[in-house]
Design a protein around this ligand. Structure first.
Ligand code: AP5
Length: 216
């Protein structure tokens, strides 16, 4: 049994195509964080032979809807436990002390509350912000080769609606607690992107390192 109070969790939020996944991949190259993407976990479950939830997940993703909390939170919790178990076998993390960049979660208030109350409190929320026009352009470009069923104009429109109606209130909720660091994600190439935090929060040394790297 792990004590989730020992883990450090940073949530990474932002609109569809804001660059969350791209920049998380950059951050884990330099820091000992485990990057977990809610979307990737759901797609893996969707494609897992014999999954009870596969078809349901496919429909929600195509429609740009938030997959029900019970499924998403369970997949995330299982992935965190698996990572902590793996790290326990000698890759440097102290017993149970994981550090997670959780990307695309929580997307709706019920997930935020369940995670905060039953798993652990996030330390910080990185909010990737850029224009809808730029995000749409990136997703349509990726859709040409990604094979993602939700990278088409109709699904993208629905994803933005869900983001505005359900995820923005989550960002506002964390903003009131002073946990949100806004990242300007409007650069137009992945190589050139420079993360600039427009707000500072009180954070531990390990988070300071991420902060420093991200603002270079
Ligand atoms: P998810 O997979 O999380 O998709 P998303 O949030 O819509 O975001 P993306 O992964 O598409 O974009 P991103 O911000 O990570 O950008 P990326 O770096 O990939 O979720 C998909 C669906 O799963 C949801 O709609 C929902 O149905 C379900 N789901 C997910 N989480 C859930 C949850 N918590 N609860 C319930 N359901 C959930 O970049 C995008 C593209 O742009 C790439 O091609 C990249 O190369 C390019 N790019 C990135 N940055 C730049 C840049 N600066 N300049 C130019 N191109 C760039």
């Amino acid at each position: 049994v792990f004590d989730f109070n020992k883990v450090t969790v940073l949530f990474v939020l932002g609109g569809p195509g804001a660059g969350k996944g791209t920049q998380c991949a950059n951050l884990v190259k330099d820091f000992d964080f485990c990057h977990l993407s809610a979307g990737d976990l759901l797609r893996a479950e969707q494609n897992r032979p014999g999954s009870t939830y596969g078809e349901m997940i496919r429909t929600y993703i195509k429609e740009g809807q938030v997959v029900p909390m019970e499924v998403t939170v369970k997949l995330l919790e299982d992935a965190m436990r698996a990572s902590l178990n793996e790290k326990k076998t000698g890759q440097g993390w102290e017993d149970g002390k994981g550090r997670f960049l959780v990307d695309g979660f929580p997307r709706k208030m019920d997930q935020a509350i369940k995670f905060d109350e039953e798993i652990c409190q996030s330390r910080m929320v990185l909010f990737f912000s850029t224009t809808e026009e730029e995000m749409t352009k990136r997703l349509l470009e990726r859709g040409k080769t990604s094979g993602r069923e939700d990278d088409n104009e109709e699904s993208i429109r629905k994803r933005f609606r869900t983001y505005k109606e359900q995820t923005m209130p989550v960002i506002e909720y964390y903003n009131k607690t002073g946990k949100v660091a806004e990242v300007n994600a409007s650069a137009t190439t992945t190589e050139k992107i420079s993360l600039t935090f427009s707000s500072q929060i009180d954070a531990s040394a390990s988070i300071d390192e991420v902060h420093e790297k991200a603002t270079q």
